[in-house]
Design a protein. Structure first.
Length: 421
């Protein structure tokens, strides 16, 4: 079995879905589990719909649902020229059930409601893509991920029950390959023991591909992107990027941890555990090699990779009594950060001070300062950038720091990090 994942950009319109069919035609006779995301920016629109339900804004709710339905109907009109196709009825019924939610009780658990509604983006997308592939004479069966991937009861960040999920995949998904070459399912979504829909976190469709590959002992996984593979820098900010031909699982985890956006951080672990190679390939040039992520680390050092995080804030804490920064101080600071659900992107301490770098947008400065002002003098600097360079050399450091003030830097054998102003 192969596992293919197509993200929102690769199924954003009718032409893109036709391209998915073209890619699948390159693998005749192969058994392929296909994971698809919601189309285009549908997830964002569904999040707005959840907000309109929570605030009982009927006019906004109706407008958003109508807009989302029209978006999908336009795509279907280009794929299925005649309205007698069953897919129209299927999608209309989904939107009818969504509209009916306005008259239903809205749970106090917003995350529960989020999962029931936002998951519809993947359901709609997968139904349309599956119907198109069937119409093009592919051997396809639609699989509902809400019956295959079992999670705990955490909503918006469901934790996978690996033992139960593997049993469900082995007993209820893989046997379907006896009747079809392609099993098409949804990324991002699962279910709990009571059968309610859960989601795996934003960008969780990559993770779904990893889960199915692990549970189904896949030969390999391919994530189809609008880039030629994993690049050593974000092409939105750099024009002279280089493709990484091959990197190790360990290197991919490091890059994901520091903020590389191509691969979801949780995707790598199940693949590494079963030594299942992961390819990142271009859906615009599907015959090109792309990047392979596998066990060998022999090529990790060949090309420096650099990752930027923008809109960062640097906070430095000094005890007012000039006591040393010791475990007790750090425990208090970490505890308050945890209560605020603030993720630290970089930290550094000396005898008398402790500094952290955080995402500026995720922290309300005045409220944050108020938590510490009685015991600490807190200084801060905003609108900063964090650059992380893997397998750095001096030329790369000069390139990314040129013309910037370096406020803080850290270096290990393989990684250099700079806070820049």
């Amino acid at each position: 079995m192969l596992v293919f994942k197509f993200g929102g950009a690769s199924v954003k319109d009718a032409e893109s879905i036709q391209n998915v069919a073209s890619i699948l035609s390159l693998y005749p006779g192969k058994k392929i589990a296909v994971v698809v995301s919601a189309m285009g920016k549908s997830t964002n629109k569904l999040e707005e719909i959840v907000d309109s339900l929570a605030t009982k804004n009927h006019k906004l709710f109706v407008g958003l649902v109508d807009e989302l339905e029209a978006f999908h109907m336009d795509i279907m009109a280009a794929l299925f020229p005649e309205r007698h196709y069953k897919i129209y009825q299927t999608i209309e019924e989904i939107f009818e059930s969504l509209r009916a939610r306005f008259e239903m009780a809205f749970s106090a658990n917003l995350s529960f409601e989020y999962d029931q509604i936002v998951s519809l983006g993947e359901v709609i997308s997968s139904q349309i893509v599956s119907a198109y592939l069937v119409d093009q004479d592919f051997s396809v069966q639609w699989i509902d991920a809400r019956t295959i991937i079992r999670t705990d009861h955490s909503h918006q960040e469901g934790k996978v029950d690996w033992q139960k999920t593997e049993k469900l995949v082995q007993e209820h998904m893989l046997p379907a390959f006896q009747d079809a070459d392609i099993l098409l399912t949804q990324g991002f979504i699962g279910h709990n023991a009571e059968g309610f829909t859960t989601t795996l976190g934003r960008e969780g469709s990559d993770y779904t591909a990893g889960i199915l590959a692990y549970c189904g002992n896949a030969e390999n996984v391919t994530i189809w992107k609008d880039v030629p593979g994993m690049l050593n820098a974000d092409p939105k900010y750099f024009s002279n990027t280089k493709k990484l031909e091959a990197i190790s699982f360990k290197e991919a985890i490091e890059l994901s941890y520091y903020g590389a956006s191509v691969i979801h951080p949780k995707t790598i672990q199940p693949l590494q555990n079963r030594n299942i190679p992961l390819f990142v390939k271009s859906f615009l040039d599907p015959k090109a090699d792309g990047t392979i992520i596998q066990a060998s680390s022999s090529k990790d050092h060949l090309v420096p990779s650099y990752i930027f995080k923008f809109e960062q804030a640097l906070y430095s804490f000094t005890p007012k009594d000039f006591s040393f920064i010791v475990e007790e101080n750090l425990s208090v600071i970490f505890g308050k950060l945890s209560d605020l659900n603030i993720k630290i992107n970089l930290m550094q301490n000396s005898a008398l001070s402790f500094s952290i770098l955080v995402d500026q947008k995720k922290l309300k400065r005045d409220e944050f300062l108020a938590l510490f002002q009685s015991d600490y003098e807190v200084k801060y600097n905003e609108n900063l950038s964090l650059v992380t360079i893997r397998h750095y050399d001096e030329d790369t450091i000069q390139q990314v720091t040129h013309g910037k003030e370096i406020l803080l830097q850290q270096r290990t054998r393989h990684t250099a990090r700079f806070v820049l102003k």
